[in-house]
Design a protein around this ligand. Sequence first.
Ligand SMILES: [Zn+2]
Length: 378
Amino acid sequence: MKRNFKIQMLYVLLTMLLLAGCQNDTEEELVEEATTAVERVDVKWLAPDDHPVVQLLYSRGYERGTIYETDEHFLAPPDLLYSKDINDYDLSDNGSNAEQAYNTGKLVSLNRMRINVFLDNSIGTDLQTQSVNAMNELNGINNCALFFVRVFNANQAQITIRSDFGAESNNVLGRAGFPSNGRPFDTVTLNVDRLDDFGADIRRNTIIHELGHCVGLRHTDWQANRERSAVNIPGTSANDTGSIMWHTINGGTPFTNGDLTAFRALFPRALRIDVVNEIDDYDYSGEIYVLDNVFVDVFTDGSYSTQTTLNRNVNVSYRINVQEYNHTSGTYYYSRNRTLTAGNNRYYIDDEEEECSPYQGETCTRQDLEIRLATSIL
Ligand SMILES: [Zn+2]
């Protein structure tokens, strides 16, 4: 394999440098030459049993000896990445729900349907093209609100697609993880060398599959794979072998009818907050009163270009953050839930208020409303 060859070359180079060092080079020169010669290599090793995330993965059904670790992630079969930060996990989710296709509460929130994707140079130009094709296929599903946008600045990205830097064996083409806190998983790794062996459609479909994980889709055949914690999407089948989310990658057109049903059910519409100033008044003492009504507008997708009616019932969990003007209560928040019933293109959610007396040196009471998770009711 090309990768093995490169790694061997690296050892040869390093050995030569070390040998050269024994003869005449100074240590400083050696270090400099070594950094220019070394390309990034993701090494992996067996994950330690006593790490809290590894223990959690065992408790969710992974077998001992199957979890590997790199500098950035844990690697679990067949193609999943897990954050090393235990705070990214909902520990109350005991995985007792059964059936197919997505993980309870682990979806990208409907107010985050615009997803910026950065294509790292390490995947090469052809896989960058296939990544754009993958995003276009997903953007092209009508009545699905996901809207992937390529960005050229890694700092603006919610998802970065990069090489595995040689970490994967031949049977893993790509890897990704699941959302947390309504945000997509932030990394897709591609087995660049191995993907060289396949045609354009497999290369593109691998990327679609991994992006599917990033927004919350599980394997269609998760039960056969002995994976846990998945929830059924009505209208899909665990025997849909042509599905883009089958654990092995298919060639040809990416989506089966079951896939289209799944994407449309999970991501029917994009939501966006609109704050409307209703009362803005001063009284004679200089007290300021501001009342803002908070609405949610409904769009066809995360480009927010076409407003439309909500086509499924949606649960919205939101949080009102409060800063008291007199600081007796300081900063606090309270959480609320709302069900938006299908049929409208604009929904009143709650109000925000602001009140203060600048002449008495007060800082304004300030509130803002933040959607934490908005998911379609299946
Ligand atoms: Zn997968």
